[in-house]
Design a protein around this ligand. Structure first.
Ligand SMILES: O=P(O)(O)OC[C@H]1O[C@H](O)[C@H](O)[C@@H](O)[C@@H]1O
Length: 617
């Protein structure tokens, strides 16, 4: 049997390929230690030289570098900068501190026209322009929290009706009016959410952030096609499968991982003698494969996903709202928070627009080419999944090969992070002292615990004071070593503040995309991987057919990898054929591989028996 040694996978990191940006990055490194105030003449003389080089390219990122002299270190001046730039949303109790990003006033002025263009593009998008030209789609996630903004009455009614249906359905499930046919509890107690990407990350983030300790329904997720992962989720449900509401979420309704998850769950239902249709809910576009399946099989309910809402901006559609409502989260409050933030981020005054301020910082920190990674550090356990959520929102939106004019730009900003202070004991060492390829976004939550629960674990100091101290200390220590950071502060983690955070970042991504002139709303790169995966599965079928044919001719015949590749008419795919055989052999499939997987030339492969039906299929 084949051995399974040496399996590994890798995740390529995004690298800027803009030569000017790279040169400027090294310029910046040299200049970073210089104080902007004490060395202004030095700064300006360097600035003139670099500006001259850059005038040909008209590159704002370059101009910004040219004008940079280093981070402000004088405490009084830094405090003034803090106060000058502090953004506050009074009603939301949200603050944005950009003082630890070193942009200069000149840079802000240089960027102003680009921001005005971005604001205009955003206004047009909100009015229903086809802001996703490649896919010919409108981009309407902002309408979800204020249906009156939708460009026509039909869409307004669709949004309002769907929201009402979500609330009604959630109430009926929680109250037991809608119940599973054969459970002892007489009501649904669990949700199993099946979906991937934008059809999972928002619901996962919100469940972690907002679900109460004892929700009316607990939620679990199947967000992959990993059979062991799926088995684990189903096993954990145990007899409660009978009282599990399965919500299958897929905008397209045809994503293979989600389809596989559904088929696996349906098999588990059959084996438990349960009727899946009585416990299944679909969230998908009308008339998709999933929608048709749910309709034909008579599932409990179907909720629409709209063509004009992208997966990664779908948290405020049925995708995010239905699971949240079923967990007892106040979804109308989430919508209020998002709507209030939308209002604030419509401002065309940069300083008064927190999303624009974020985009400004991102542009400054990454040279407008993604030269630095965004490390997101919420100091609150319940916000753990925010960075994972943002990873898709930012990287799938901004990570683009071409700009809107067809120039190859390889844009993007890499996002990672978990939570503070936990990460302080993992990788903050490198952030403080190692390779300088990031900027940090701290998410601060002022309220440590609900009122009345706090206590001092040493005189004058609570557990939450330590968390606060760790955040402030890390921010200061990083800045002292010229590592830039943004701080977003909220009072508490509530449906309102979470809605506002989501809306803030959605808008920041949209504005930043305009600044760098890319389409933030498509994902052409994802298709390549999906297509290649389909080709691998097609090749696997050919390999099996070849082996079957050989075994039908002579059951004792075994083939080398080269022979299989030749008979598949795929000599160039020999490595993939090797991987297919290695994988099948490791999973006790019909195929037998003799030899050593570590020495592919030694392998001889044959099928246990001839399948005549398949031979003539
Ligand atoms: O919701 P679905 O159609 O199943 O899509 C799920 C995910 O699939 C793709 O990989 C896209 O790149 C994601 O943006 C999307 O969220």
């Amino acid at each position: 049997m084949a051995s399974l040694s040496g399996l590994c996978s890798s995740f390529p990191s995004l690298k800027p390929n803009n030569k000017i940006g790279a040169e400027l990055s090294s310029f910046r490194k040299d200049s970073l230690a210089v104080s902007s105030r004490s060395n202004s003449s030095f700064k300006h003389s360097v600035a003139r030289e670099v500006s001259a080089d850059l005038s040909k390219t008209n590159d704002v990122a370059g101009l910004k570098k040219a004008k940079q002299g280093g981070l402000e270190k004088d405490p009084k001046a830094l405090w003034r900068r803090y106060v000058d730039w502090l953004y506050q949303h009074k009603e939301l109790g949200l603050y944005l501190d950009v003082s630890r990003i070193g942009f200069s006033d000149e840079f802000v002025s240089e960027m102003e026209p680009r921001f005005q263009a971005a604001f205009k593009a955003m206004q047009e998008l909100e009015r229903g322009a086809v802001a996703n030209p490649d896919e010919g789609r409108m981009v309407g996630h902002y309408w979800l929290r204020n249906a009156k903004l939708a460009p026509n009455p039909f869409l307004q009614v669709q949004i309002d009706k769907t929201l009402a249906a979500i609330c009604d359905f959630a109430d009926s499930v929680i109250s037991g009016k809608i119940k599973p046919p054969s459970s002892r509890e007489g009501r649904f107690t669990q949700i199993l959410s099946v979906g991937i990407g934008g059809s999972a990350l928002g619901p996962q983030f919100v469940a972690e952030a907002l679900a109460p300790d004892n929700p009316p329904l607990k939620i679990r997720f199947i967000d992959n096609t990993d059979p062991a992962g799926i088995d684990h989720q189903i096993a954990q449900l145990g007899p409660e499968l009978a009282s599990t509401l399965v919500i299958v979420i897929s905008k397209s309704g045809g994503t293979p991982e989600t389809r596989n998850g559904l088929l696996e769950v349906q098999k588990a239902f059959r084996e438990a003698g349960l009727d899946f249709a009585k416990q299944g809910v679909a969230i998908t576009q009308e008339n998709s494969l999933l929608d048709n399946t749910a309709r034909i099989e008579g599932w409990v309910a179907r909720f629409p996903m709209f063509d004009w809402v992208g997966g990664r901006t779908s948290e405020m559609s049925a995708v995010g709202l239905l699971p949240a409502a079923l967990q007892g989260v106040d979804i109308r409050e989430m919508l209020v928070g998002a709507s209030m933030m939308d209002e604030a981020t419509r401002s065309t005054v940069l300083r008064k627009n927190p999303a624009a301020l974020l985009a400004l910082c991102w542009y400054w920190a990454t040279d407008g080419i993604g030269s630095k990674d965004m490390v997101v550090l919420p100091y609150k356990d319940s916000l753990l999944l925010f960075s994972r959520y943002l990873q898709q929102l930012v990287m799938e939106s901004l990570g683009k090969e071409f700009d809107l004019d067809g120039n190859r730009v390889n844009q993007g900003i890499s996002v990672y992070g978990n939570k503070g202070s936990t990460d302080q004991h993992a990788y903050i060492q490198q952030l403080r002292e190692g390779v300088h390829n990031f900027f940090v976004t701290f998410i601060e939550v002022l309220r440590d615990r609900p009122p009345g629960h706090d206590w001092e674990l040493e005189p004058g100091v609570t557990c939450g004071d330590y968390l606060f101290g760790m955040l402030q200390g890390t921010r200061s220590a990083l800045y002292a070593n010229n590592r830039e950071s943004i701080t977003v502060t909220v009072q508490e983690v509530t449906p309102r503040s979470v809605g506002a955070l989501i809306a803030l970042y959605e808008r920041a991504v949209g504005i930043y995309a305009s600044l760098v002139n890319i389409n933030a709303y498509h994902q052409p790169g994802v298709e390549a991987g999906k297509k290649a995966a389909g080709e691998v599965l097609a090749l696997q079928k050919r390999v099996l057919a070849v082996l079957n044919e050989a075994s039908c001719e002579d059951p004792a015949e075994s083939l080398t990898l080269q022979e299989i590749a030749d008979r598949c008419h795929a000599p160039d795919d020999i490595e993939m054929i090797y991987k297919i055989i290695e994988h099948m052999a490791a999973n006790d499939r019909a195929l037998i591989a003799e030899g050593d997987c570590g020495s592919p030339y030694s392998l001889k492969v044959f099928l246990g028996e001839c399948n005549v039906d398949e031979l003539y299929a």
